[in-house]
Design a protein around this ligand. Structure first.
Ligand code: ADP
Ligand code: ASP
Ligand code: MG
Length: 590
């Protein structure tokens, strides 16, 4: 009998009436012939209230006790949901994470699932029960309760769907699907009929709170189709699978993280290893770094800027300030009023000029871009927080996301992907392990850097317009805050366009009063391809560290869930490739 996993989020089980409505949906699926597992979140804002309560006692409560506390929220809902199903005349049994055998690592409050033992659940399903599973929680092999991170019930649901080889995982929530951006922030947002795993993964990490990003890692890793739909209607929602909605539009969605903070470590002695120390210390404290940009070294020193979630700023500053002193950096500055706006789309990789279109639209609204990072299917900009919602709406409009795409993609799931997946999954030790698919080297590009750019809205748009006018295709772009309110920008171009790009930049620098451009006609870009490259927060630090140990300096980096790109000097490309393969994918070395 086919298994169906359904998940109801907090608002969908906020009171007794809603619990009964959710129970009816579960019963209906059972009557349609499915074996049903229903995952539930804590009721309404229970988790928020529990966190608030804990903070009244201790502003930084012990993580183990937080998990003990937070897991109670879901325990209440599973019991009530099972009661509701009984009341409606059907068999149901509630289970905590521990009872289901959801084993995790011991990273309290952000634990990762290692394994799920499905025997008990299968037995209960075979006995005719609807199994009501507590979302968001697990247990370590020393029997400590853990939680998976905010929003983690989605991950429980998709992980159970994977482990039980469910036909589909249905995510019932308070919107009727995945929208082109958060409809609460941008009312013109449009529901998409489908979206690919990679796009959803990037959007979720970029701030689209409708799905927990790690749930999409599971979905992709184990090919679980996810159907996001409304708890309050029977309308079809959005299917998350291998197939995008359209292959022709450059951007499928936009997202924002409204509460980011920027940290800059100034005057880091420019030798391989210094950046690595900073990043690996943050990773060791479980503090994820988001955008990362290194400014070119001046006088043997470099500035390194990165962003963290605003709530992690105090902890991040403690680590960074101590590390900065140790490595002899000049100091640390930060800005806690910034936000990140991103656009995502598989189609962007094939179309030039997407970044320029985004920068132009922002410039036209007078929105200043503080930092930029780009990767093949995502462009992110950092802006002042009070301009973030306007920036999100602006990019939504610029890419006409409110309109149906002109052509809809055919459903597809290449067989070769399926076979590759089996092989990759066979190598995993834990269900949530990092998946590395390949590591490759591109030796065809050069890199141009502009520094001391006056920090005014519109300059990025202007620069890339002039570059585009010369038919130069730009690949990676990074921009960061420099000193005295000046910005610095680097971008890569095909080697054949390098001279032309330098000429364009010279003219641009003169026009706007920036320093003359510098560049390297040949750089090496290394790409690590996989799944979860950002949510596994140690990946960037390990990349820096492995390269530093081989005395290779990282000149540019961009991180995304499905791809991490680093640029190093051209003559070190092959060595860097060997280093990264050894670090991340020894089994890929022939
Ligand atoms: P649940 O409690 O069901 O897990 P969440 O609050 O976690 O619900 O997620 C649903 C919310 O996600 C929506 O109400 C919406 O405001 C927000 N959201 C953010 N980005 C998107 C998006 N791209 N599409 C749909 N909803 C989004
Ligand atoms: N209750 C948890 C939270 O609020 C998990 C979830 O809802 O997904 O974060
Ligand atoms: Mg949620």
């Amino acid at each position: 009998m086919a298994v169906l996993v359904q998940k109801f989020g907090g608002t969908s089980v906020a009171d007794a009436e809603k619990i009964l409505a959710a129970a009816r949906k579960a019963i209906r699926a059972k009557l349609q012939g499915y074996q049903v597992v229903t995952v539930v979140s804590a009721m309404g804002h229970t988790s928020d209230h529990l966190i608030e309560l804990a903070k009244q006692i201790d502003p930084e409560p012990p993580a183990r006790e937080m998990d003990m506390l937070l897991s109670t929220g879901e325990q209440v809902s599973v019991a009530l949901m099972a009661m509701a199903i009984h009341r409606l005349g059907h068999r149901a049994i509630s289970m905590t994470g521990a009872q289901m055998g959801i084993y995790t690592d011991s990273t309290h409050t952000k634990a990762r699932i290692r394994s799920i033992s499905t025997d008990r659940i299968r037995q209960l399903l075979d006995e005719g029960n609807i199994v009501i599973a507590a979302g968001f929680q697990g247990i370590t092999d020393t029997a400590d309760i853990t939680t998976l991170g905010r929003g983690g019930s989605d991950t429980t649901a998709v992980a159970l769907a994977a482990a039980l080889r469910a036909e589909t995982c249905e995510i019932y929530t308070d919107v009727d699907g995945v929208y082109t951006t958060d409809p609460r922030l941008v009312p013109e947002a449009r529901r998409v009929s489908r979206i690919s795993y990679d796009e959803m993964l990037e959007l979720a990490t970029a701030g689209a709170g409708v799905m927990h990003n790690r749930s999409i890692e599971f979905a992709k890793r184990f090919s679980v189709p996810v159907h996001v739909r409304s708890s309050f209607s029977d309308l079809p929602g959005t299917i998350i699978s291998w197939t995008p909605e359209s292959r022709d539009v450059p951007v499928c969605g936009a997202a924002a993280i409204l509460k980011e903070a920027r940290i800059t470590v100034r005057g880091v002695p420019d030798k391989p290893g210094n950046a690595a120390v900073i990043f690996s210390r943050l990773a060791a404290r479980n503090i994820p770094m988001d955008m990362i940009v290194q400014n070119v070294a001046a006088g043997g020193r470099a500035d390194i800027s990165f962003t963290v979630f605003q709530e992690e700023l105090p902890a991040a500053l403690r680590v960074v300030e101590e590390t900065a002193r140790e490595i002899g950096a000049e100091g640390v500055t930060y800005d806690e009023n910034v936000a990140k706006v991103s656009v995502v789309g598989l189609g962007m990789a094939k179309q030039p000029g997407v970044a320029q279109r985004m920068f132009r639209a922002l410039a036209d609204k007078g929105i200043n871009i503080l930092m930029i990072t780009t990767s093949e299917i995502k462009i992110s900009v950092l802006v002042q927080r009070d301009q973030a919602v306007e920036a999100l709406r602006t990019v939504h409009q610029a890419f006409e996301l409110h309109k149906e795409p002109p052509s809809v993609a055919e459903e597809s799931r290449p067989e070769v992907v399926a076979n590759d997946r089996e092989r990759i999954i066979g190598r995993l030790h834990g269900m949530e392990d990092l998946v590395i698919e390949s590591i490759c080297l591109d030796e065809t590009q050069g890199c141009v850097t502009l520094s001391e750019i006056p920090d005014r809205p519109g300059l990025a748009a202007k620069l890339f317009r002039q570059v585009a006018d010369r038919n130069i295709v730009v690949d990676m772009i990074v921009q960061s805050v420099g000193r005295e309110d000046k910005a610095m920008m680097s971008f890569t171009v095909p080697q054949g366009s390098y001279e032309e790009a330098m000429t364009a930049c010279q003219a641009f620098a003169e026009e706007i009063g920036a320093a003359p451009p510098t560049g390297r006609p040949s750089v090496a870009k290394l790409s690590i391809l996989g799944t979860g490259l950002k949510s596994h927060i140690s990946v960037a630090g390990r990349t820096f560290q492995a390269l530093a140990a081989a005395q290779i300096n990282v000149e540019m980096i961009s991180t995304s869930e499905v791809r991490l790109n680093v640029v190093v000097s051209g003559d070190t490309g092959r060595q860097a490739l060997a280093v990264l393969r050894r670090e991340f994918a020894p089994e890929l070395i022939e």
